[in-house]
Design a protein around this ligand. Structure first.
Ligand code: BDR
Ligand code: CA
Length: 309
């Protein structure tokens, strides 16, 4: 059993990653969910997290983190996720509690209180996680690894060079990538192969509650994805959670990965040293391939479990 904290900016794919984590309690002990301004403002993504957690009657502490990046203003992604940050489904009002508005400190206290080490899952800009590591360096000895969705060693999606989560806060990403902690990077190299087809999305329609929720999420996400050239829907963030549920569906390679923080066309790029003799030590395990059938199976199994809970 692995202790985890999920830091996220829901976000359609964040929401699905949360659901799959909640559906695997025998493997993942979800200690807390923390939010970060990213796909939408902090207020909106926190509301979305509340809605998802309330929808499945979860009992996991939810804490609000930073509104925006360390240095630059927040850049949101309404074109991908809509005005709410998670357009598509309708949610009833709920009073799911927010236990803290200082997610960085809440993470610190939660991690230090555990007997076993904790794995951090970063599904949005890495601002909260970077602040945690910088403000409380003693926390590092209690962190087992960091599984992130972010970056890509061949290309970006926000710009030609940079993936969205890293682009939004490259300074934070640099702090995390140079922390010395083990990092597993689900970047675009693997997440764009981790898609569900439109047929698989349509098959969820008219299922029970959680199937219906994911259908509505993915229906919107599939439509919005078309403007970026996607026929099917990569569920990027789910990779970082699925790796913890079953790493055998992935393959990857260790690289030295640097984050470009300079202003200019490559800001936010995750630059892997792919030379035969890299100049610096490997710091990141970059996932590059996935067994897509196993990935979809994990998702469907999670939905079936949640609908029975
Ligand atoms: C990442 O950006 C966000 O829009 C998604 O939620 C995901 O975390 C993909 O580039
Ligand atoms: Ca995200």
């Amino acid at each position: 059993m692995r202790n985890i904290i999920i830091d996220c900016d829901p976000g359609h794919d964040d929401a699905i990653a949360l659901l799959v984590a909640l559906a695997n309690p025998e493997k993942l002990n979800l200690l807390a969910v923390t939010t970060i301004g990213g796909n939408q403002t902090l207020e909106k993504v926190t509301k979305n997290a509340k809605n998802i957690l309330a929808y499945v009657n979860a009992n996991v502490p939810l804490a609000m983190g930073q509104e925006g990046p360390l240095v630059k203003p927040l850049h949101t992604a309404p074109e991908a996720h809509g005005d709410s940050g998670m357009d598509g489904p309708y949610f009833k009002e709920n009073d799911y509690p927010i236990v803290s508005d200082n997610a960085v400190f809440y993470m610190y206290q939660t991690i230090m209180a555990q007997a076993e080490r904790v794995t951090l899952v970063g599904l949005g800009p890495l601002t909260n996680i970077a602040l945690l590591l910088k403000t409380f360096p003693d926390v590092k000895s209690k962190i087992e690894m960091i599984s992130i969705m972010g970056g890509g060693i061949r290309r970006g999606n926000m710009t030609a060079a940079a993936e969205f989560n890293i682009y939004v806060d490259p300074e934070a990403a640099k702090i995390v990538f140079t922390s010395g902690l083990p990092i597993v990077m689900s970047g675009l190299d693997v997440t764009e192969k981790a898609f569900v087809t439109i047929e698989e999305i349509n098959a969820l329609e008219n299922g029970r509650e959680v199937h219906q929720l994911v259908y509505e999420l993915l229906k919107f996400y599939n439509e919005s994805g078309k403007q970026f050239g996607f026929e099917h829907s990569p569920i990027h963030d789910l990779c970082a959670v699925s790796y913890l549920v079953d790493p055998t569906m992935f393959s990857g390679k260790h690289y030295h990965v640097d984050v470009v923080t300079d202003d200019g066309t490559t800001r936010g790029m995750t630059l892997a040293d792919r030379r035969l003799k890299p100049a610096k030590e490997q710091n990141v395990f970059v996932l590059e391939d996935i067994n897509r059938e196993a990935y979809v199976h994990t998702l469907l199994q999670a939905l079936a479990r949640l609908d029975k809970m």
